[in-house]
Design a protein around this ligand. Sequence first.
Ligand SMILES: C[S@@+](CC[C@H](N)C(=O)[O-])C[C@H]1O[C@@H](n2cnc3c(N)ncnc32)[C@H](O)[C@@H]1O
Ligand SMILES: [Zn+2]
Length: 261
Amino acid sequence: MNNLKLSCPKCHCFLENSFDINYYFCSQCKIKFKKNSFYLDLCLTNNSINKVTETAYKIYSKFYAPFALLVYIIIWHGNIFKHIKFFREILDYDKNILDIATGDGSLTSAALFSSKIKSASNLLVLDISKEMLEKAQVKFSKKPVTFIRGDVNQLPFANSSIQAISCFGGFNSFPSGALAMKEISRCLNKNGILRGSILLTPETSWKKKLIRNWIKKGYQTEEISKDKFFSWVDSAELYVNKIEQVGYVLLFELRHRKNAA
Ligand SMILES: C[S@@+](CC[C@H](N)C(=O)[O-])C[C@H]1O[C@@H](n2cnc3c(N)ncnc32)[C@H](O)[C@@H]1O
Ligand SMILES: [Zn+2]
């Protein structure tokens, strides 16, 4: 993302370096965005749903990786090797990646930096949780990574500005999968690709109950069926170019519809 210019998450105008070197500035909205120790804070969100998710992730981030892997296998019957392989294949398309909802960075670093043959040239990591970004920073030390605290519903990028976007596991945590898909589609270049995953709600009743409980607590936000996912894709003027299902994990590659405006 060497040449990528960051935009205001509200009006999408390009951000300027402010006189005060600790800030970026939107001259249209007159908003200052803070450059923190290792990440840029480009998040405007103050709505209650996001606050709940963020608070939940403050706790979750402390024991995220082992817990997430365990439930991924037990509840969703996922296969982590297929998952990482599917993620890594985004590098065949572009070596500059925007990764949305990176979490603690375990999966993203395994997919984009652990192979001797294929590795990302530049990675932009975006997550709403400061605690997750702090964990991810440790995973990506000495790697070509830029960290942004941002909200998927108000991405700090201009229209069509990104060629390759990954978003694995994020849609189950966003306030609205439908809105997130539209916002990602806005930033995705007309020839670009989005690779990601969603966790479908399993049929078993105790699993359903458990997931509904996690939704109440804010660890997840909504139940996702295949039909619901396809309707998000359609409303965002995208189409499914590739799809793989492993257990209840859906791995997908999306592109812009050719006839989209
Ligand atoms: C389940 S984790 C996924 C982590 C990682 N990609 C993985 O697959 O292991 C979901 C992440 O989404 C982030 N998240 C939740 N709401 C968000 C939002 N509105 N904008 C950006 N990130 C968000 C959370 O902070 C959390 O780190
Ligand atoms: Zn602005």
